[in-house]
Design a protein around this ligand. Structure first.
Ligand code: C5P
Length: 236
């Protein structure tokens, strides 16, 4: 089945504190976006690749143009959801499966792309890579006037998973879901933090495959240190 990978790289990266789009941040002399593309190039599933870039960017487009994958590029929007929608609008004809990947998870191994695509080819509508959760997770609520929230519950850890990307979807179903969410009011739209959640809201079943510790999301300076160690140790 024809498979596309959309890499969303239009985020500002303010939490990393580099004063540049996160996808441009260097990690061992290569930008985060190039690391992501390097690994996608080693996966067997992609028939086409689209990269969603910050509006007005020229540096990242130049990096895409010189990369062996030579991905199509398009400008993103104000939220991650807007950027995904822009990516979907840039797909070529005949795409049946689409994988949405965060450039911030730039060390995600090629095998994860192929296992997500494989699960889709096996009939799944939506597939996400997940890892077991090591921490005990609490739900909290903030009472008006209180400085800190109080605990309202402890979900059983065996039923919790941390979610990574690439998230894979039957393309027509994801496109229809995004078209529907386009009409939602701002508050409802802002609740949606990933594509799988959109599918869940629309009653679609979301399956899981094993993720990878290397697919960590680079958000803070500490994550960059960890990524540098992984590269230095030659594990990725
Ligand atoms: O901000 P956050 O870390 O959740 O972003 C996850 C991914 O979504 C990143 O790869 C980022 O580049 C992308 N993103 C985007 N457009 C936005 C916001 C985030 O492409 N407006």
């Amino acid at each position: 089945k024809r498979t596309a990978v959309i890499v969303v790289a239009a985020g500002s990266g303010t939490r990393l504190g580099y004063g540049m789009p996160k996808a441009l941040v260097p990690l061992n002399n290569r930008t985060l976006l190039e690391h992501a593309l390097d690994r996608i190039a080693l996966a067997t599933c992609p028939d086409e690749v689209v990269v969603v870039l910050p509006a007005g960017d020229s540096e990242l487009s130049a990096l895409c143009a010189s990369h062996e994958l030579n991905p199509r590029t398009i400008a993103g929007g104000g939220t991650r959801n807007d950027s995904v929608r822009a990516g979907l609008s840039a797909l070529g004809p005949g795409v049946e499966q689409v994988l949405i990947h965060d450039s911030a998870r730039c060390l995600t191994p090629p095998e994860v792309f192929d296992s997500v695509a494989g699960a889709l080819a096996g009939g799944a509508t939506a597939v996400i890579p997940v890892l077991p959760v090591v921490d005990t997770i609490k739900t909290v609520a903030l009472t008006p006037g209180a400085e800190q929230p109080h605990v309202t519950g402890t979900p059983a850890r065996e039923f919790l998973r941390a979610v990574q990307t690439p998230q894979g979807f039957h393309a027509a179903t994801l496109i229809a879901a995004h078209a529907q969410a386009d009409g939602w009011d701002k508050a409802r739209a802002e609740e949606i933090t990933d594509d799988a959640m959109l599918m869940e809201r629309l009653g679609e079943r979301v399956d899981t495959v094993p993720g990878s510790p290397e697919a960590l999301k680079i958000t803070t300076p500490m994550d960059l240190l960890l990524a540098q160690s992984l590269l230095g140790a030659g594990t990725t």
